[in-house]
Design a protein around this ligand. Structure first.
Ligand code: PAF
Length: 290
């Protein structure tokens, strides 16, 4: 049995807790821990109860060897900094953030920590704090974010049945990032479910323009890629036609969005390689001002 700390309270944090429980001892790091010191939720449709300790960062009195960092991308660096004094010098940390940029910033700041990133196609949401709905079965892909992280470091604490290992996680993350850049900001702009982007001609044309720029940047980063952003995004819109993207959900709930870790990071990469991306820049500016 390992002591696994989970920072973040969203659907992905809870989904990983459900994979680990009851084999491992779970510690949920929460801003406001429960008065009884326990956090519990039920995963549906399995109807299984998951429970673990509920504590704040200040309550942690031992060194953490295993951490799952499941905050939003814009909170991830601050969260790592706030917990760094509690981490063993060679701790294993699994990063579950959407988009790109936060994982790279953490890798640059924590060279001795064994850092792993996960890209997931699992579908889950939390209608309330104590219920997790596992809405769609998907795949978790995990790989190393730095040279001290190796697959053997995952043995024992992460269940092999719930992830696939890929040495080239950068590419796996980038492929999902292409899809997110093509879909998420447009669903906010047009305030629509994913499927509408391929139903309305003018939305689809807009997606085409974004994707042409995404492909130019992608070709520089990953010359071997044989898929286009538009084809990937089109397929995703078909498969998730009725879904509201994570960015639209954040926007509708009045929360900050992860646009800086999607379109924002894309623009940074374009600037690094001197590739113009006017459509993505215009979209970023419109949504950042909203
Ligand atoms: O961010 C999301 O909502 C999802 O990753 C995606 C691919 C847009 C599908 O709903």
């Amino acid at each position: 049995m390992h002591d696994i700390y989970i920072l973040g309270s969203g659907a992905m944090a809870s989904l990983w807790a459900s994979y680990l429980y009851p084999k491992q001892t779970l510690h949920f790091i929460q801003r406001t821990p429960s008065p009884d010191g326990l956090y519990r939720f039920t995963i549906e449709p399995q109807n299984k109860e998951i429970k673990g300790r509920s504590l704040s960062i200040q309550d942690i009195d031992t060194q953490i060897d295993y951490l799952i960092l499941a905050t939003k991308a814009y909170d991830a660096v601050d969260a790592m900094n706030s917990i760094k004094d509690k981490l063993a010098h060679n701790a294993c940390v699994l990063l579950l953030q959407n988009g790109l940029g936060s994982q790279q910033a953490i890798a640059a700041g924590f060279p001795s920590i064994k850092l792993f990133a996960c890209s997931s196609t699992e579908g889950a949401y939390k209608p309330n704090a104590n219920t997790l709905i596992h809405a769609g079965k998907g795949i978790n892909t995990i790989g190393p974010m730095n040279s001290v992280a190796s697959p053997a470091d995952l043995t024992g604490w992460l269940p092999k049945s719930h992830y696939e290992w890929r040495d080239d996680i950068d590419f796996v993350l980038w492929r999902k990032f292409m899809i997110n850049c093509a879909i998420n900001p447009l669903t906010v702009l047009y305030n629509c479910p994913n499927g509408d982007l391929i139903k309305h001609n003018d939305y689809t044309t807009h997606m085409h323009h974004l994707c042409e720029e995404i492909d130019l940047i992608t070709k520089v980063r990953f010359p071997h890629i044989n898929e286009s952003a538009f084809d990937l995004a089109h397929k995703t819109c078909e498969l998730t036609a009725k879904n509201f993207s994570s960015m639209l959900q954040d926007n509708r709930n009045g929360n900050p969005t992860e646009i800086s870790f999607m379109t924002g990071y894309l623009i940074e990469q374009a600037n690094t390689y001197n590739i113009p991306c006017p459509f993505n820049e215009a979209l970023f500016n419109t949504l950042s001002q909203a």
